[in-house]
Design a protein around this ligand. Structure first.
Ligand code: HEM
Length: 156
């Protein structure tokens, strides 16, 4: 089960990236073309938020109770989280950065429900989605990263 959850966390990254690119593009074009906010827009934003919250739940499990979890794993003696690039990445940088990104996605979806002019809704959501996308891209464990890199697909 442990491996299955990590594989799912890995796979969901593609769902999030795809939906986040769509949401960023959709809010940008809505803003620039002066479109009326529609149920379709709201749905794309909602699915982006749901995918990110699912990944958050799986990530929280890995962070606390996974192989390198804060509560489940004991670091080798003399190895500190802050001084070791692997532990610093998986126990601090990746989780904290991704939680901030998911918070931004949640705020962006919140724009759909706010009583704002459509242009303002699109504009605010666009910036929030864009920053979330950048944060996710820069703290993804891409395979080319030394020490922390992971495969593009689970089990590769
Ligand atoms: C958009 C959000 C996120 C994305 C795209 C993402 C992506 C990934 C990927 C691709 C891996 C490598 C999986 C593998 O080895 O096959 C990973 C590992 C990990 N993620 Fe995330 N993650 C996200 C959010 C989070 C959050 C919010 C947390 C914690 C609260 C978290 C904690 C972890 C941990 C602890 C690992 C290492 C697990 C292990 O090696 O045993 N992630 N993440």
């Amino acid at each position: 089960m442990e491996t299955g959850l990590l594989h799912l966390h890995n796979l969901l990254r593609w769902v999030i990236l795809l939906l986040l690119v769509l949401s960023t593009f959709n809010s940008y074009t809505g803003w620039k073309k002066g479109r009326t906010f529609s149920a379709g827009d709201r749905k794309i934003w909602l699915f982006t938020m749901i995918a990110s919250h699912l990944t958050l739940l799986l990530g929280l499990y890995q962070w606390l109770a996974g192989r390198y979890g804060l509560l489940s794993h004991e670091r080798p003696e003399g190895v500190s989280m802050m001084k070791n690039p692997f532990y610093r990445y998986y126990q601090l940088e990746h989780p904290v950065n991704m939680i901030i990104a998911i918070l931004l996605v949640t705020l962006a979806y919140g724009m759909a429900k706010k009583p704002l002019a459509d242009a303002v809704k699109y504009k605010k959501a666009f910036w929030l989605f864009l920053i979330a996308l950048v944060l996710i891209l820069i703290r993804m464990p891409w395979p080319f990263l030394p020490e922390v890199g992971r495969p593009l697909l689970p089990g590769m």
